[in-house]
Ligand binder design. Structure first.
Ligand code: PRP
Length: 193
């Protein structure tokens, strides 16, 4: 691999690549195949969670070969640091009341404490959805605080701070095509403040 990804992100920002581009593609094919089977003949609404899941959602839906509609919700549980602040703010961009006869599949980039998806499950139930399933590209089981059943999981990872493929640190690194663990030197000053 080249030492420099681009002028902004040298490889020295990262400890290691956790999920390569090729592995991400394989994960998406596997999950899309399951979705194709499980939602055949149903009305499917895919709901991506902004911002982190915007890339995963767009790549996943292009591998799903059954009819679907797409929407997004923004859910924020972190501040500008690398640790969760335990609060979840939800912002809706379309009238979810128009989709009450749809099965909804919520797509997120990472399952960490589980607080975001628990909050979203209540939010979507309040809006009338009866069949709610979840899909996350990454899962950090060590970090769980809230019990949540996630039907489609791409890959379980250790409790490391990861960036890329939609995941950020202070809004940086989302555009990386792979997922990497961030070198501690990139955030240790943030944690001290
Ligand atoms: C991240 C991630 C998940 C959530 C997971 O979002 O995208 O939505 O945190 O954490 P949890 O399981 O502990 O609730 P974040 O709030 O960082 O916002 P972003 O996607 O806009 O970066």
């Amino acid at each position: 691999m080249a030492d420099i990804i681009n002028a902004e992100y040298p490889m020295s920002d990262f400890r290691e690549i956790i999920v390569s581009e090729e592995e991400i593609k394989g994960i998406i094919c596997r999950i899309a195949n399951e979705i194709n089977q499980n939602y055949a003949g149903k009305k499917l609404l895919v709901c991506g969670i902004l911002k982190g899941a915007f890339i995963f959602t767009s790549d996943l839906i292009r591998q799903i070969k059954i009819p679907l509609e797409v929407t997004f919700i923004q859910a924020s549980s972190y501040g500008n640091g690398s640790t969760s602040q335990g609060k979840v703010k939800v912002t809706e961009f379309s009238d979810l009341g128009n989709y009450n006869n749809f099965d909804i599949l919520v797509v997120d980039d990472i399952l960490d404490t589980g607080n975001t998806l628990c909050r979203l499950k209540d939010f979507l139930r309040e809006r009338g959805f009866k069949n709610i399933e979840f899909c996350t590209l990454l899962d950090k089981p060590e970090r769980r605080e809230s019990k949540i059943d996630v039907k489609y999981i791409g890959k379980q990872i250790a409790n490391e701070f990861v960036v890329g493929y939609g995941l950020d640190f202070n809004e940086k690194y989302r555009s990386l095509p792979f997922i990497a663990s961030l070198h501690e030197k990139m955030y240790e000053n943030t944690l001290k403040t």
